[in-house]
Design a binder for this molecule. Sequence first.
Ligand code: GDG
Length: 723
Amino acid sequence: MKIINISYRLPVSFRRIEGNIDVRSSAGGLVSAVLSLKNESNELHWVGVADFLKADYHEGKTRFSSNFALHPVFLDKNVNYGFYNGFSNTVLWPLFHYFPAFVEFKPSHFTAYMQANTILAEEACKIIGPGDIIWIHDYQLMPLAEMIRKIKPDARIGFFLHIPFPAYELIRLLPKYCRDTLVKGMLSADLIGFHTYEYAQHFLTTAQMIAGLQHKQFELLYNNRPVRVGVFPISVDFDKFTNALLDPLIEQERAKLKSVYQDKSIIFSVDRLDYTKGISFRLRGFARFINDYPEWREKIVFILVAVPSREVIRKYIERKQMIEMLISEINGKFGTTQWTPVVYHYGSLNFQELTGLYTGCDIALISPLRDGMNLVSKEFVASRSDEDGVLLLSDMTGAAKELTDALLFNPLDEEEISVKIKMALSMTLDERRLRMTNMRNQVRKHDVLRWGNNFIRELEEVCARKIYPDRMHDETKGMIRRKYLKAHKRLILLDYDGTLAAFQPVPHMARPGQDVLDVLSLLALDPGNEVVLISGRDRQTLEEWFGHLPVMLIAEHGCFVRQKSWHSTIVDPLIWKDGVHRIMQIFADNCSGAFVEEKNFSLCWHYRNSDPYSGFSQSRELISLLHDYLTGANTHIIDGNKVIEVKPAQINKGTAVLHAFNVRDFDFCLAVGDDMTDEFLFEVMQHYDAITVKVGEAGSIARYRIERIESVIAFLSQLPDKL
Ligand code: GDG
């Protein structure tokens, strides 16, 4: 089996330096995580975009030796520009980090984005074989899973988003064709991973808004496949950083630092120069600190390292100028001939310099306005095996949810930053130790190796889950009939719409045909049978259509039961109903073709006769409003087939059957249904070893599948036939 990792960047580069090819491997956490997945029974492969020349690669590739096979994809310069600098970094990056005003959308960039993804998909498919695992990373590759799935329908695909997934309100700003492509692209993976629950929740809302999907415990059904949404906070290679303290080279770095700044406390920060990292905000906070606490002047230094990043994009050039201006203002205003408050380095550090600063500083000050996770904070913690140092961390980072022993702050609040710097400098050694030990335990326990393993394990698990009911062949029908004939007491549970009758433009038009009435009579007249029609329809309709038959009727998804006479299973006073009716009526008035159907215990907003685009988008707004309106109301909102329904939460088709019967009394149980509400029935009935049958092509937890309504009727009519 192959594990094929696909990311924009490759972890290796090939550069010609003075005529020779220099092969350099990057040693980021993702590489460690991927390498840790290696075992005797798998091969590791890495597909990504080459940021080096083809000729240099061919010359140097024999000198690259690692545990994975490298598959660089060489993109045309213009395509790569539109793909990476264009759509990825001037649309998705700012939008997903809540900087909508920084978005510059160009359709040609989106075209390049799609082209690049198509090329990557084709390259990946050349190596994908049966049973392989494909792990796709990040916002540059959101449509890739769908493209791969088209060529390799059975591939096991995981997608991980390294940046925040924002609220739907932000996603809405993208043109419809873009947002649909991106979200449906992600949904084509089997497992979609995020750093935090917040991002996962935003994604689930978006999936409902865009694709009409309702999740059940973070699992969705998309194109008949189960898709799991999971939370996997990325981390760092703990041992690598923790061992740094005692490394002699790093000790030297620390010694240099101490000799230059011997009498001063050191604040340190390092990040890519990016507007999301809040560098100017931390500078203002620091300036406020030296202004408010003059006794600290000349006793403190802020070493600020900004690593060059995306230097061709306008907003990055502007931000660099802004930061550099601010640094000179602070140094000009507060500095003296003996003291430079901010020591600025624009460039990258090698590992020794980086860990020398992590281990040699007193405070790490990290202030993103948004950050998917933020690894710098975790690297700082992992490096501090001396259990000293204080972490000052923005509460807008994913890491803040785990590193709760940091001094957390809001990056816009200069005063708070200033006060927290003061707190950090005055903190006792005991308190520093306690906080750092707690954070180290967290990072040690959840390091990046565990992250990678957890993700792949969960991907394998979700792919192993079976949701495709077996088609019901003649042999199976024979087996069911044998069971039926042998049994003495049989429970037969049948949904109506979509199971025994086709959908019609208006609900009342779906009257039962004679064939349906005949088969129900045939089965119900056998004294050994309990036949139950279990439907979402109201009791009046069921009574009108089936009242004359000796069958039990369950109406409104279980809210009413007719045994000898009708009775309700609900004790809820339905105080929510008038308000929901008013809201639904407003939406019906504003959406041509939509109408409200009132049942005794539920309300439905139908949009099957509306324009598909506006009907669907109004239905999304209605759902979102109802979710908020009904907070605490003990209701369930069903996002059905062209209908939004609100009903009491405690009752569903499954619980209704349990209320009505002791299922164990029966030696043959059959449940047949076609839609989402029947899944509740299947779930319950499977505990009783029932024969569960899904009608139609959609995925289901049912055991068997029948494709068409006519086949259901034929199957039921033949049940009592002697074999
Ligand atoms: C994205 C998400 C998420 C930086 N400068 C130097 C250097 N670095 C290394 C750090 C750290 C990495 O780069 C930066 O990672 P972050 O997580 O802080 O930020 P992004 O680059 O924006 O990463 C982020 C991450 O993906 C992972 O999912 O956490 O939220 O935005 O490892 O050490 N390393 C060296 N010299 C430098 O000058 N050696």
